[in-house]
Design a protein around this ligand. Structure first.
Ligand SMILES: [Zn+2]
Length: 467
């Protein structure tokens, strides 16, 4: 079947896929409880159940014998790095990332699931279970693609790397970071890296009928800032006029009120440009004159919780610790504020902003934990993005393809610095607003028809990018 092309793009022939067989594979893979969790004090505990990762590895080897015969496998920490050696050793390789770990099921919500979260039940046209989308879809999709291509005797020209991290959900500090370090040590410079991120979003904007296929071209930065205050403690029967808790609480409240300014930049700007032709005429007048209306557009987007994060550095107060007993005035209070940085805003600027708003020399402000800048934007004018756009358009001919800024984090940020044209972040799945709540939530599931499209997508992209 040949799909109508995106204007200027190529339409690729899509391979036949036995979607029921893929669903059975997904069911088997979902049943491995490859959960990563943060410890009680917030530090990542990747591979909490290391045996489950080992069982998943063996499952993949059993399900995909041709892929495993064609590729070499290295186990790095509990992550998997497959290398499919290309016929032209000097050609830059292509790197596809996914992650085998999943987030836990929130305690107390197990019974809310239609099917138990690790059952892998296949019912009603769906495979149900934690990880069915995030990100065992990526793992399965890539392995199915490699299996299909290897079975028909395909030999890539460029070396293909499949990098499956085992701790993406806790930051990738062990898995993707170690794989990237090893590739860097070997002098590997991929043409591009491809990872999860955006998806085909249904009902993204009122007035835009077409689904929007969002391909992430950059990721926001991240800064965990701790504020701490030491003060007068003592017995609560003779309290000081101002407790540390009240003083710090007041400051944290001001930080929440004093948000960063909105702005349309980088990936968000590219997204607005791509979507504009598909908006109602009344919007187009505004969107086509962005030199004039950008502040207004940004301000409107900033009022909506869903789009706010695309147009500003966000401020989230996430922890507050103080006090030891009902009748003791706390001598120390700490608060943690998590910022997600818009490209162009820096960690230093965030710290300076906190100090300025706090305006109290007794309050200590420091980066506590992870503080990193936003990634640079990948090359959207290069051949890699052009190819990805054409493959997306071939598999999802009804969708508008748009670059965008990824709000969360992915393993791609570790690989991006190694590449020639950057990292692109897209998971081939159609998501309604309700589906988006299922990821990391209750009743995560993938439609069998979405599995078919996903395998077609990865097969075409893997072959076209490596041939
Ligand atoms: Zn994920």
């Amino acid at each position: 079947m040949v799909s109508p092309p995106e204007p200027g793009g190529a339409a690729f022939e899509l391979p036949d896929v036995d979607a029921d067989a893929v669903a059975a594979h997904m069911s088997a893979v979902v049943q491995h409880r490859t959960i990563t969790v943060f410890g009680s004090t917030g530090e990542p505990q990747p591979g909490a159940d290391r045996a489950s990762f080992e069982r998943l590895r063996r499952e993949l080897a059993a399900l995909y014998p041709n892929a495993h015969a064609a590729m070499q496998l290295e186990i790095i920490e509990d992550s998997l790095l497959y290398t499919w050696v290309g016929s032209e050793p000097d050609a830059a390789p292509v790197l596809f990332a996914a992650h085998t770990d999943v987030v836990p099921v929130e305690p107390g919500t197990e019974d809310d699931w239609t099917h138990p979260p690790f059952s892998g039940a296949i019912e009603g046209g769906y495979v149900w279970g934690r990880g069915a989308i995030d990100d065992k879809l990526g793992v399965i999709g890539l392995m199915e693609a490699a299996e299909c291509l290897a079975a028909r005797g395909y030999r890539p020209r460029r070396t293909v790397l499949l990098a499956f991290g085992h701790d993406e959900e806790t930051g990738g500090t062990s898995g993707a970071a170690s794989i990237a370090a090893e590739l860097s040590r070997r002098g590997v410079e991929p043409w591009f890296a491809f990872d999860e991120g955006g998806a085909v979003i249904e009902d993204m904007l009122p007035g835009v009928a077409a689904p929007v296929a969002l391909v992430g071209v950059a990721e926001k930065g991240y800064a965990t800032v701790e504020l701490s205050l030491e003060g007068e403690g003592g017995h609560s029967n003779m309290p000081p006029p101002h407790s540390t808790i009240a003083r710090l609480g007041e400051v944290v409240g001001r930080l929440e009120d004093d948000q960063f300014d909105t702005d349309i930049r980088g990936g968000t700007s590219l997204m607005v440009d791509a979507i504009t032709p598909h908006t109602p005429l009344s919007w187009r007048v505004v969107l086509a004159n962005r030199w004039l209306f950008d502040p207004l557009i940004a301000a409107v987007l900033g009022t909506q919780q869903a789009s706010n994060a695309s147009v500003r550095t966000t401020t989230a107060v996430t922890r507050f610790d103080a006090g030891v007993a009902d009748n003791v005035v706390a001598s120390r209070a700490t608060a943690v504020v998590n910022f997600r940085l818009l490209p162009g805003d820096t960690v230093d600027e965030v710290i300076a902003h906190v100090r300025e708003v706090t305006d109290d020399p007794q309050i200590q402000v420091r980066c506590a934990g992870v503080c990193r800048e936003a990634t640079p934007s990948s090359d959207v004018d290069g051949e890699a993005f052009g190819l990805i756009r054409d493959v997306v358009a071939s598999v999802y001919p009804d969708a508008v393809v748009a670059p965008y800024l990824v709000i969360g984090g992915t393993d791609a940020r570790y690989y991006q610095p190694l590449t020639e044209q950057g990292a692109f972040r897209f998971l081939p799945v159609r998501l309604t607003p309700a589906d988006r709540a299922r990821m990391h939530g209750t009743d995560e599931r993938i439609a069998v028809e979405d599995l078919r499209a996903a395998v077609q997508f990865y097969t075409v992209l893997l072959e076209q990018s490596s041939k």
